[in-house]
Ligand binder design. Structure first.
Ligand code: SF4
Ligand code: SF4
Length: 474
């Protein structure tokens, strides 16, 4: 028997496409394939009946060829018709098995080092300081010392296996509050990298308040990739990004960023925007940060928070955000077709994942190729969990506790997220961010079901952009 496989239909520039869930591949359909999938969309078919039903419209050999190809790419499932047993469900295809955790150890490619948990801003929505914080900051040093920073670098190389390139990212709190330590950690990482024959890519995230000339010089000279957390123009930035005395930070950050960008650093400087219920005007934020300020790229993420918070984005907010994302995606497409670069990184990131045919066993690299280090050298799933004793995977001196890591990876595997088992977007979403799940549901292994509609609609938009580019600029 033939049965519809797992796929999502969409169009690229008017041409029919499918996104194939088992292989995460994008496949263009011809007329016969469309007819075959339409027929199987109605019911299961015996091979001969399927061919017969299409015979008036298409020559038999071509139908056979199309069916074979669709079976090969798993848009169609072929299965044996079972003899019905009393009480048995004869329509059920084989039951999906729970896949064991990946046995091959994934080398560490990115280490995020929280050089401080202190910040000179007190943004209300911050996951580290705000109402949803999960880290035990009060029991840890506020600043990482040089020894721990060096040990973090050693840990990174030791866990990186055969990787020839490693990514070292500094994070905070406000990262630049511990400039002295990050400076010496970078020098040490480059020195050790050279000895070990490994390239080290260094980047950091900052709120931009401390980008003084001396620091800018160092960032440019050392090719450090920088992401500035910034929420838009003055009115938008000053809603939540406040100094502890209540003063807005825009007037401090904007001139610093301008000075930095004027130096034309070789590494692109990006902005990272946190969207809240009160700050959802994505297009105007983009215009300000990309066009007026000149950031190389601008990425947006909804605030991570429990739904009760005043700034949490609710259903209608996700809808509003989606509309604005779609507007910028259409603009991105226009630019791409004209051979120009658009700076909306959310589209670019998803297009890259689609192009690579990424099918995720876990939503992100946290706890696998990516880990976070707290100021005391504890290693956690990622930077957002760094400092949380309940999400600890080891220490920079003792290494990773592989039993804890394996257990974590097994519990968070997509095949164990039953809510996601029938979702066509799961190769790219895989249930979403663990930190978001922890904040919303108190459980990292919970799928982020509050934003499924948004994820599916956004993924569909990116698939359309991808296929339209393939049609017009193959
Ligand atoms: S969280 Fe929702 S959108 Fe994501 S894979 Fe699961 S069901 Fe799909
Ligand atoms: S768990 Fe969330 S915050 Fe951490 S790396 Fe994954 S997506 Fe990012």
């Amino acid at each position: 028997m033939f049965r519809r496989g797992e796929y999502h239909r969409f169009a690229g520039d008017g041409a029919p496409y499918v996104y194939l869930v088992p292989s995460a591949a994008v496949f263009r359909l011809d007329d016969i394939s469309v007819a075959v999938l339409d027929a199987l969309g109605e019911r299961d078919y015996e091979p001969a009946d399927l061919a017969l039903s299409l015979a008036p419209r298409f020559p038999l050999p071509e139908v056979k060829e199309a069916v074979e190809e669709l079976v090969r790419v798993r848009a169609i499932k072929a299965f044996e018709k079972r003899v019905p047993q009393p009480g048995a469900d004869v329509t059920a295809a084989s039951t999906p098995a729970v896949v064991p955790p990946p046995r091959k150890r994934v080398p560490l490619t990115t280490l995020v080092v929280n050089v401080t948990s202190k910040c000179n801003l007190s943004c209300t929505y911050c996951y580290e300081y705000g109402e949803d914080k999960i880290t035990e900051a009060s029991t840890k040093p506020r600043f990482m010392d040089e020894t721990t920073a060096r040990q973090s670098v050693d840990f990174m190389f030791a866990e990186s296996g055969d990787q020839k390139m490693v990514h070292l990212t500094f994070f905070g709190g406000e990262t630049l509050l511990n400039f002295k330590v990050l400076k010496s950690a970078l020098a040490y990482a480059r020195e050790r990298g050279a000895e070990l024959g490994k390239a080290v890519d260094v980047s950091l995230t900052t709120n931009g308040t401390l980008l003084r000339t001396e620091i800018i010089d160092w960032l440019v000279e050392n090719d450090v990739g920088v992401t500035v957390s910034m929420d838009g123009a003055k009115e938008q930035q000053d809603k939540y990004r406040l100094f502890s005395n209540g003063m807005g930070s825009y007037d401090t950050v904007a001139p610093n960023v301008k000075e930095f960008l004027a130096r034309k650093p070789r590494r692109p400087v990006g902005a990272r925007v946190t969207l809240t219920k009160q700050n959802l005007d994505v297009v105007s934020i983009y215009r300000h940060l990309a066009d007026e300020m000149g950031f190389f790229e601008v990425g947006f993420a909804p605030v991570t928070t429990s739904w009760q918070r005043d700034y949490a984005i609710q259903d209608e907010g996700f809808f509003e955000m989606l509309g604005q994302f779609k507007f910028l995606a259409a603009e991105y497409l226009e630019y791409a077709l004209a051979g120009k670069r658009h700076r909306f990184s959310n589209v670019r990131d998803t297009l890259e994942e689609i192009h690579k045919g990424l099918s995720k066993s876990h939503p992100c690299g946290a706890g696998m190729g990516l880990m976070g280090v707290a100021t005391d050298g504890d290693v956690a799933l990622c930077h957002r969990f760094a400092g949380s004793d309940s999400h600890k995977l080891g220490t920079v001196t003792g290494g990773v506790d592989h039993a804890v890591q394996d257990d974590y990876l097994a519990r968070h595997h997509i095949e164990n997220k039953t809510d996601c088992s029938t979702c066509w977007a799961r190769p790219l979403c895989a249930g979403g961010c663990y930190h978001e799940a922890h904040t919303r549901y108190g459980d990292t292994s919970q799928a982020n079901l509050h934003y499924c509609e948004w994820i599916r609609s956004w993924t569909n938009t990116c698939l359309e952009v991808y296929a339209t580019i393939a049609e017009r600029r193959p």
